[in-house]
Design a protein around this ligand. Structure first.
Ligand SMILES: CSC[C@@H](O)[C@@H](O)C(=O)COP(=O)(O)O
Ligand SMILES: [Zn+2]
Length: 221
């Protein structure tokens, strides 16, 4: 396999990673990104690399959606959260890009979960996630964080197995409590848009507060 394989996909992920880093969503080594390049193969960011300054060698290929991969040929290890990406690619044929970020807002919103999900406000922006009517009351799923990442991947597969996940109220995203946001899309651009739209929604929610209304301004009655 030539080392110059998938150059365009690697460049795209490096650009997206740098953009998210500058937004404060992939600070330090946090977050991971992947793109599917064949039905059972994807490129993913290597573990523990600085997400604001990735190089070509920091994208490693993973073949197989069920077994945990070992280090790549250049010694880089795939993301420690590779099992979550595998769970998404194995269960959802429409997913061809998976982005995971650690934003402050997504972590605040994850604290507001009741019954393992958070109700999103009826903002027009939510239409960008593929829903027709934002006022219908969409919820984002919130999974528990576990030190053992394969437990998170297992919980995610259980969620996908529930019928409700496949109805029109299911969003192409979920939160891991006190950890971050994961989104998938049909391609890199769709996943990119979805991350930006959801982060806008989370910023709005944080500004409104957990009760969904802004506190009255001092001096105004
Ligand atoms: C700043 S440590 C964050 C990690 O524990 C993890 O959650 C993460 O998102 C990045 O892990 P990585 O193995 O680099 O893909
Ligand atoms: Zn993470």
């Amino acid at each position: 396999m030539s080392i110059s394989q998938w150059t365009a996909e690697k460049d795209e992920l490096i650009r997206v990673s740098s953009h998210f880093y500058h937004k404060g969503w992939m600070v330090g080594t946090s977050g991971n990104l992947s793109v599917r390049v064949a039905p059972d193969t994807f490129l993913i960011t290597a573990s523990g690399r600085p997400k604001g300054m990735l190089g070509d060698e920091d994208l490693v290929s993973v073949k197989g959606l069920y077994e945990l991969p070992g280090p790549s040929g250049n010694g880089r290890k795939p993301s420690a959260e590779v099992s979550i990406h595998q769970a998404i690619y194995s269960e959802l044929r429409e997913a061809n890009a998976v982005f995971h970020i650690h934003s402050v807002e997504s972590n605040i919103v994850s604290e507001w979960a009741s019954d393992h999900s958070v109700l999103l406000p009826p903002l027009e922006m939510i239409k960008g996630l593929g829903v027709k009517d934002p006022s219908l009351g969409y919820r984002i799923d919130v999974l528990e964080n576990h030190l053992d990442v394969s437990r998170i991947a297992l919980d995610l597969k259980r969620l996908f197995a529930q019928d409700q996940v496949f109805n029109e109220f299911h969003l192409p995203a979920f939160l891991i409590r006190h950890h971050g946001l994961t989104v998938w899309g049909n391609d890199v651009l769709e996943a990119f848009h979805r991350i930006e739209l959801l982060e806008y929604v989370f910023r709005f929610m944080v500004a409104m507060g957990p009760s969904g209304s802004t506190p009255p301004m001092a001096g105004f009655h």
